[in-house]
Design a protein around this ligand. Sequence first.
Ligand SMILES: [Zn+2]
Length: 490
Amino acid sequence: MLKRSVAATVALTTLAAVGLAVPSSAAPPGTAGAPGVGDTIWPQLGNGGYDVVDQRLDLRFAKGLAKYTATTTLTARATQNLSSFDLDLLGPTVTGVRVDGIPAAWKSTPQGELVITPTKSVRKHLRFVVRVDVRNDVSEVSENSVLPPGLVRYEGFVQALNQPSGARKILAVSDHPAQKAPATFTITAPSELNSIANGKLIGTTKSGGMTTRVFRERPKIAPELMQIGVGPFSVLHRKGPHGLPLRYAVPTAQLGAIEPQLKSFDESVRYLEKLLGRFPGSEAGSYITPLGGELETQGLTMMTASAMTKEGFERNGTAGVVLHEVAHEWFGNSVSPRRWSDLWLNEGHAVFYERLFAEGKYGADLVDGMRSDYENRGNEILAQGPIAAPDPSKWTGHLTDIRPYGDAQYSGGSLALFALRQEVGVPTFEAIERAWVHRYANSTAGTEDYIRLASAVAHRALGPLLRSWLYGKTLPAMPGYPDWKVGPKS
Ligand SMILES: [Zn+2]
């Protein structure tokens, strides 16, 4: 379906009348932007032909929170002459598309592409503004549901579960970390509830029983890391190291039970800053809900309320989970994966630092943990394809929504980092890690960047070692522990 509204013709006529329209002979020829950024795991995520410069995302929730309307306003810069270009959108109903204020033709595909054809081509290097209006329902989920990616509602709380491809199910985005950009979120919700999103609260207005809050996230943020919360929660503000703002959205009914455990975020930031340098984001903290689902949404980690009460915190080992999620602020949020096959750089690092933290806090021996992963998870790691080149055909069923999150990226990535640490020694390994999060802060980077930087910092060629771990079909011998053997298949 290719829609072109009557309004488009009117707007064009108006422009021509005042002489602003470019004569057709001067228009660049233009070709269609690619439907993806070239990701082998998720070919349809992100889009070609432009870079995203800024994202404005407005969501308006109806009373009862069962429905919303949303407007995406992306400022982008064309990297080619564009006759048409795509955004990612899968599910919501489109109610309007404009490019530079002029209604544009569009069609949506079952693969989640919103193909937009402006009335005239967009010239290479020029900025343009695309606006997409949608409406949609918020899925209500039960405790035992298989969680759909995107916005969900549970016990009166709205939350976003976007990783890795749920944001396109909420509103139009260019849904790949390689196209991350600063973002402004405008959330309108019934005034009796609170609302929150990534970034600093910069404005609040009230009108007709509804409250609108505006949040600005200045560091670049990938759609997979966006959080949108509405519900009966209270927001607590604290100060972390060097005045870092800490912000916690906590269910109001559980405020007293959860508040003492919030300091684990402050402790995690301090622990990691000693190893990695300054916290990379503009703020840290958490959105805690009855459903939760531990997720490193940027500057606002999603946590489950039952795991944050005193009893749940101890029972679930939540201190380690918090450390893992806060580590992602460096690995994944600030330094984003260039392609989803680079996911080990997020999860391998988060697991590695979680284990290092557990050694200091609980005396859990790091070497024992690594040996256990090597011997007991080795087959699962190998079954999911090489650590840095996972095979998408190996993910089936509902797990296709969360591919390629598996043992290869978590335990396998952590083992590869441990192997590097064994090979180069702790001081050099720590220097590599600090250089990595500094060099690629607020940016994207991939596996080959890591290999190159590690070799430069260590003053030796680490490609053969790292590639044998990251691209090999067997687990290499662990440096220093040649007796480790992958156990029998279970
Ligand atoms: Zn993780």
